[in-house]
Design a protein around this ligand. Structure first.
Ligand SMILES: CC(C)(COP(=O)(O)OP(=O)(O)OC[C@H]1O[C@@H](n2cnc3c(N)ncnc32)[C@H](O)[C@@H]1OP(=O)(O)O)[C@@H](O)C(=O)NCCC(=O)NCCS
Length: 209
């Protein structure tokens, strides 16, 4: 593990640009294989991450390895309600992509309906809170996730946030839960989404590292 972790020393974290999106989608599909967004397919994922990139209150960071290859990202935003409004405004671009995903996998219908409902019901988030919506690396356990999470929290603090929140699976997910706990996150409650129980976690940015 130590040797693996050493290889992030000549790497760096920077803001994402549009040209990074195909690599972000590639890493997402490796890290979240079989999850809902992965099953929606690359075109939907690309449209989703492009929407975040073009949202002005987003924090979208990528990790570049020593060979100049993107191998991780962390993405989130302030004001989730405003983000989902921004996302809904792109529906004319998104609908044909969603229809294609459904044609390929009709069983996605229930999940799409549930997610659409959830997005419509998203309440006003406090302006002082940043939601980490996704963090992933294609090289697990090499320290990239830690670098990205720290950079994400630093950036959130810089834009005036007091807290970073996230949700992750509560059950059968001990390595990820421990990863967040080790980085100063605490359990805040749970949320039920279909058959999944999600752990809500938050990190108070006023507390020094
Ligand atoms: C969660 C994730 C971003 C952590 O990044 P990482 O670079 O693997 O983590 P680091 O190397 O910085 O830290 C390793 C720690 O992360 C935890 N961890 C979480 N998932 C892990 C995995 N699949 N393999 C190894 N370590 C994992 C371990 O607790 C490990 O602790 P240790 O250093 O004491 O052994 C990464 O594992 C990942 O992309 N997982 C798949 C996608 C995912 O589940 N994202 C979170 C969604 S909420």
């Amino acid at each position: 593990m130590k040797d693996k972790k050493r290889c992030v020393s000549s790497s760096h974290v920077r803001y994402a640009v549009k040209n990074d999106l195909p690599d972000v989608v590639r890493v997402h599909r490796i890290a979240f294989k079989g999850f809902f967004l992965d099953r929606m397919g690359s075109r939907f994922l690309r449209a989703y991450y492009e929407a975040i990139l073009e949202y002005n209150a987003a924090i979208f960071l990528v990790h570049i390895d020593e060979s100049d290859r993107l191998d991780g990202f962390a993405v989130g935003f302030r004001d989730p309600e405003k983000f989902y409004d921004h996302f809904r405004r792109r529906r004319f671009r998104l609908l044909p992509i969603i229809a294609l995903s459904l044609l390929r996998r009709p069983t996605l219908l229930g999940e799409i309906a549930r997610n659409t409902e959830r997005v419509a019901a998203t309440g006003k988030g406090a302006a002082s809170v940043v939601e980490l919506s996704s963090i992933a690396t294609s090289r697990l356990g090499t320290g990239i996730g830690s670098l990205l999470l720290q950079a994400f929290c630093d950036r959130s603090r810089t834009v005036g946030a007091r807290e970073v929140t996230l949700t992750t699976d509560r059950d059968d997910n001990a390595p990820v839960l421990n990863f967040y706990l080790r980085h100063g996150f605490a359990r805040r409650g749970t949320e039920v989404r279909g058959a999944r129980v999600l752990q809500v976690m938050g990190r108070d940015l006023a507390i020094d590292d």
